[in-house]
Design a protein. Sequence first.
Lengths: 309, 509
Amino acid sequence: MDILGTLIHGLNLAAIYGLMAIGISILWSSIGMINMAHGATFAVSGYAAWLASSAMKPVIAAAFGKTLMAKFAMAGVTVGAGVTAGAMFGAIIYLLAFLPIHDKPNYPVRSLIVTLAINLATVQLLLWYFGPRSRGLPKLFGFGKFEVLGIPIRYDQAGAIISTAVILGLVLLWLKVSRKGLEIRAMMQNPEGAVLSGISVRWTALPVTMLTGALAGLAAILLSQTIFVSPTSGALPLIKGLTIALLGGLGSVPGAVAGAVIIGFLEATVGALPFLGQRYVLFAQFLFIITVLIIRPRGLGGLLDETRE
Amino acid sequence: MADDSRYYQVGQRPREVVLHPAGDEPLRRHRVPFTRRHLVKWRSRANPKSLRHERRLSDKRPLWWVLGLGALLIATPFLSNSMITIAAIFCMFAAINVLWTLVIGTAGIFSLATLAIVGIGGYAAAGLNVWIALPWPLMFVVGGLAGLIVGGFLALPSTRLDGLYYALLTMGFAEICRVFVVQLKVLGPTNGSINSVGSFIPRDWFLQRPGLLMGFGGAFILLLLSLLVFRIVNSERLGMRLQTAREEVGGEAFAEAVGIDYRQARLYVFLITSGCLGVIGAFYAMFYMSISPSIFSLDQLLLLFAMIVIGGLGRSEGAVIGTAIVVLIDKGMLELGPLRILLIAAIMLGVTLWTDNGIAGIRDQFRTYRNRKKSEARARRTEKGGEVMPEEAIEFTDKQEVYYRRFQKRLRDHLKTLITDDLIEQHRKAPLGKHSDALNRVLNYFRRGEMADKYAIMRQPDGFHKYKVVAFSGERGAPPRLVDDKTYEDINDAYHAVFLLRVNDLLES
């Protein structure tokens, strides 16, 4: 078993799952929604990126030929389409699962059910329209690998890890310094207090859903460097993101990051162990999470559950 | 003159079925054997209007249950083979959902391990039947025991974790079960499923019409039993204790304060339900004569969740209605293909967006809506104008006052429409003497008024034809006050000035 390779693989998975988990976690803590349609966002963004890249392929080839510029343009188109589609789908979720019901009783359960229905419907629509065949996205970071301190790293792994770190850093910075970020953090701390100090729930929820949708779109493109896009490809990232968000404690961003790293390494390790293999990955993860939850019922960093009543 | 007056029946009360037993007839109510419960809820009262003794059914739900399930039982033997299968599947899923409702609604545990427990019960029963040739009646016992054991294992963290965390844990449990079953070496050749399980249906009848009817009969009995379990757990002592803990705000703390051990009660409900689900699992294995790992899959679970969500969480009729809708769409409209799931998702979306508690809750929701509209309309009708608002009416001992004020209000409203420029001009020309009907009505109203509202004309001491208008205070001993300094030279002008003041007061009231 190649320990260092496993390490890198784990970090790669952690980056992608982290994007999903942080989206779910932020959504829960700021607007109190368990977004079961996050997987649908993932699949929709993947398909949008695929559509855009295959539509733009001849155009880019005509404009730049086979230069480095062509690669950059392709990457820009793919990422742009995926992230935009994710944000748009986030807005749809906002329109269906937040706006009509956010002031009705029992909102968390209702939004969970609505997002579940959106997820079901979207997956079926994709299946209906595109068929069950999976599609490959263009390789953004190219093929090949390089070595750092004797560890071989594939380009897509390095790309995923670095771009996730950068994007997450940017998002957290935006949450920290911008006016909107301040409002969102106020909502996360105490929704009622935020409303009392004049923060509009509706106008704060829209950027949050769009932001988390965009994060899911990014995760879709990054994960599609290793797997293919298919209508049901969102299910597993959704379950992983949800479990990580719960493991980290819903609403805690550092907890989600820690959870993502742990689960990523766990998956890489279990997958690489010869007597376990890929089939036991989910098994091991659930076993681990159940153990953690029995010891710490609110997850690793979970405190907010108490305050969010 | 002959009395040909007719009574019009207003509202929906007249359409209610009411018995009129003779007053001296003794009340005979049948009790359910070994209990003190009555089968249906008859209530007697003396009708104060008709002065007759009447008896009405105050809870008609048992009636609807009997009608619905009876129709299913009678209609099924005449249906096609595929429809009989659908009816049987409906009964089986409805039984599962009724029990699940017990867990989510009554106990308030958000468990998603329902199908996992069913599957484990089924696998245990089927495995023992196939490998140690357990006879089929004992399979139910084995399934129940397996369900009970798994339920006990799952119930341990249920009081420690809350809501979503527990839901996730149970979802993970189902996944673990699936992987475990698929990885079992013994089941390797069949891809995790156990086939040719013994059953209460004879082997050569399987998938034949008599076999299908037997399967339906069994599933129907299963549904009846699960409804019985629901009734016994939900509406008897356990359910009553849990009802206290179910309040939104501080229910659990209150239950604890009055000495209800709600955690223990929840545990009991969970254990009972798990045992019953295990029995259903054994039935499931017998019904299909096989069991496969797909019972642990997330898709199946989501479909079941859609059923109870559409019907309404926490009510047995909701579970059954939701199951009927989803099973009919999912199994009955196979030609629609993937559109079925889309349709189910759309129904789910609509139900969640527009109803408060699923389809079973629509009746209550409609009544709440109608009552709100009614009170809004009442508030619009009764603008305040000296009239008594409904909420003030209780402050009056003499209810005649309420009606007197209402009469006065309507009278004033009517008189206001009579006052025109012509009328005022007519009074200016001739304050005294013969008047038109409208002016007479207005003047009569003025004359009948309260003393406090009235004016008088005071002759000034410095001249015989000098008048001023004064207003009465309405209080004994308090002198009238001068309205203004204007002096009238003509008595008719003074009359008219008083008239104008009164008209002004009337229009302002």
